[in-house]
Design a protein around this ligand. Structure first.
Ligand code: NI
Length: 135
C-alpha cells in the first residue's frame, strides 16, 4: 500500500492535549491516531446519509413481564428478516433481559427499525450503534 505524507500544523497547547489523549488510548504514534479520527469522521458522515448501507447492533433492555413485550419483539423480528440478521439474549435478573440485535440495511430504515423497537411497551432502553465495513 502506498501512503502519502501530509503535514499538519497544531498550536502547542492543542498538540499537548492531543498527545495526552492518544497516549491514554494506547496509540504509539500520532499518524495512526489521526488516521483513525479521519476514518471515524468519514463513517459518521456516511451513516448520517439516509441511503448508505450500514451494519451494527441495537442493544435493548426490557422487562419481559410487561404486557406482551416478548411476543411483540419476536413478531417484529420475524417481519424484518433481512434487516435483523442475528440476536443474542441474556437473562439479566428476574425481570430484565438484555438483547443485542445485529442489524444491517439502509441507514434510514435501520434508524426507523430501532425507533420502532424502542417504542414497544416494556422496552426500557435501546442503543443503536452503526458503522460501515469499508471507508
Ligand atoms: Ni430473558
Amino acid at each position: 500500500m502506498t501512503v502519502e505524507r501530509v503535514g499538519v500544523s497544531f498550536e502547542p497547547e492543542l498538540l499537548e492535549k492531543f498527545d495526552d489523549l492518544i497516549k491514554s488510548k494506547g496509540y504509539t504514534n500520532r499518524s495512526e491516531a489521526i488516521r483513525d479520527l479521519v476514518r471515524k469522521s468519514i463513517i459518521e458522515a456516511h451513516i448520517e446519509s439516509e441511503d448508505e448501507d450500514v451494519i451494527g447492533t441495537l442493544t435493548i433492555i426490557y422487562d419481559h413481564d410487561v404486557g406482551d413485550v416478548t411476543n411483540e419483539l419476536q413478531h417484529f423480528q420475524h417481519f424484518h428478516l433481512s434487516e435483523i440478521i442475528a440476536t443474542s439474549h441474556v437473562h439479566v435478573e428476574k425481570h430484565n433481559c438484555l438483547e443485542v440485535l445485529m442489524v444491517r440495511g439502509k441507514a434510514k430504515s435501520i434508524r426507523k427499525l430501532a425507533d420502532h423497537i424502542r417504542a414497544i411497551r416494556g422496552v426500557k432502553h435501546g442503543e443503536l450503534v452503526t458503522t460501515k465495513s469499508s471507508v
